[in-house]
Structures are given as C-alpha cells and as structure tokens.
Design a protein around this ligand. Structure first.
Ligand code: FPP
Length: 250
C-alpha cells in the first residue's frame, strides 16, 4: 500500500466504530469498463484490475471482522456482452479461482457460489465445486461469488421448488411462508446483507439480491471499482454506521 493510501486508510479508520462492523457486506463491482477507457486500455484490462482488487478487499474485510463478503462478478444478463469480453471475464474467473485455493485456506475463507453453475464451462464448474468442497470447514469469512447470478431467476427457481414440494405433499400450500422460499435460495441459511455497496456512481440494484436486500443499507460510492481501496470500504462502513436501522419498527 502506498504512503498516500495508508494515510487515507488511517483517516477513514478514525471514523469507523469497530464494534459495529456490518457482518455481511455485498458489493456490486461496477466501473471496470470506464476505468479502462480512461486509460485507453481494453475493457478486459479493467476487469483484470478489478479481479486483483477483490482479493485485497476480501482480505481486508476479513481482518476488520466482516463475516460474509458477497461480490457480484457476472450476472445472467452479462452473457449479452461482446463475446471477447465474456471470454476475458471467464478466463479471469478461471485464473482467480485456480490460485484462490491456497489463499482461502491460509485466511480461513469459505467459498460459496451464488448462481446457476450448470451454464458455466465444465472446467469452471469443476473449479467452483472443488473450491466449495476444499473450503467447506473454514470459518473466519464466507466469500460468496455471484457468478451467472440473477435474482429474479433465483426467486423463480425457489418458487418452483416450493411448488414441487406442494405437489408431492411435502408442504401444504397454506403453510408456504418466507422460510419455505428462503431455504431454496443460493444464500439459504445465511444472514441477509447488512450493507450493499455499488461503486462507480451508478444507483441501481441490477437484479442483485432482491429478496435478501429487503432491509439492507445501500451505499453508492462514486469510485470506479478498480480504484476502490480499503479506505473506500471504511468510508462506506462509516456511512452505514450513521444510518438508523429500524427494520420497519419505529
Ligand atoms: C461491471 O463493470 C463489472 C463487471 C460486469 C464484472 C465484474 C468482474 C470483476 C470485478 C472481475 C472479476 C472478479 C473475480 C472474482 C475474478 P462494467 O464493465 O459494467 O463497467 P462500466 O460500467 O464502466 O462499463
């Protein structure tokens, strides 16, 4: 970390209450394309910079006590991007996940994929499955990677599972409640995100965690994802700590 960044972290740190760190932070990592364009680089270079950064942010988040970090890496709609960009992203996921085994074991991180694994290439599918299996007993941080993820599809899938249960008599239709749906979501059994950060100044949800974000706090950072430092994360946490979370109560 450069001296300048270290100073920014120090300043941001002053404003953070370490007894009130959000347990689950989810991030919409936006702005890779614009970051690359500003530097006259191909979009893939922005994604590569963004991929490197998620490692830093994951490690930092774990160090300050975040229990779950969820990163939105590829949506079901992202398949509509130009073929070379999709290929570059798939290559990055492959490279990142291959080298993640060692680091995740070292930092006691459990990996979990959010998304439809069936549409991934056989090698990526097998990497994700192996990484989930290898890290399944790790406890310090849970890292959810949303890859080929779409929240509406996730909810529709859960509804179909519940309909199947009703049809085969496992559940009566009148007993279908929130927990009956929740257990079929990719995030089954997990705490909902306390804080959702979207970088790059865009203020959209983009089909991300629609069910799980019912009471999440949103922070929109103007910083493009590849420039999002640990200090930016602390600033977002500091903003979160100013909010009064009432969960519908007064
Ligand atoms: C959105 O920025 C970003 C994506 C669609 C890809 C996110 C992927 C990464 C950060 C890298 C891969 C992560 C891992 C875990 C290996 P954009 O391309 O829409 O940017 P723009 O809005 O500036 O065009």
């Amino acid at each position: 970390m450069s001296l300048f960044n270290r100073e920014k972290v120090r300043l941001a740190r002053c404003r953070v209450d370490y007894n009130n760190i959000p347990e689950h932070i989810a991030i919409i990592m936006d702005g890779n394309g614009r970051w690359a364009k500003k530097r006259a680089l191909p979009r893939a270079a922005g994604h590569a910079a963004g991929a490197q950064l998620i490692e830093t942010i994951l490690e930092y988040a774990g160090n300050i006590g975040v229990k779950t970090l969820t990163a939105y890496a590829f949506s079901t709609e992202n398949w509509n991007r130009p073929e070379d960009e999709v290929n570059a992203l798939m290559g990055l996921f492959d490279k990142y996940l291959r080298r993640a085994f060692k680091k995740m074991m070292l930092h006691d991180v459990r990996f979990h994929l959010l998304g439809d694994i069936e549409e991934l290439s056989p090698s990526l599918k097998s990497l994700c499955t192996q990484l989930e299996e290898t890290t399944k007993n790790n406890k310090t941080v849970l890292f959810n990677l949303a890859l080929n993820y779409g929240s509406r599809a996730e909810i529709a899938y859960a509804a179909a599972c519940v309909a199947r249960d009703a049809a085969n008599g496992t559940i009566r239709p009148e007993d279908v409640d929130e927990s009956a749906i929740e257990k079929y979501l990719y995030t089954a059994g997990q705490r909902d995100p306390d804080l959702i950060i979207r970088t790059s100044g865009e203020k959209r949800v983009s089909n991300f965690l629609l069910w799980q974000s019912a009471y999440s706090e949103f922070v929109f950072s103007p910083v493009l994802w590849p420039d999002f430092t640990p200090a930016c994360l602390l600033e977002a946490i500091s903003e979160y700590q100013k909010r009064s979370r009432r969960f519908g109560k007064v």
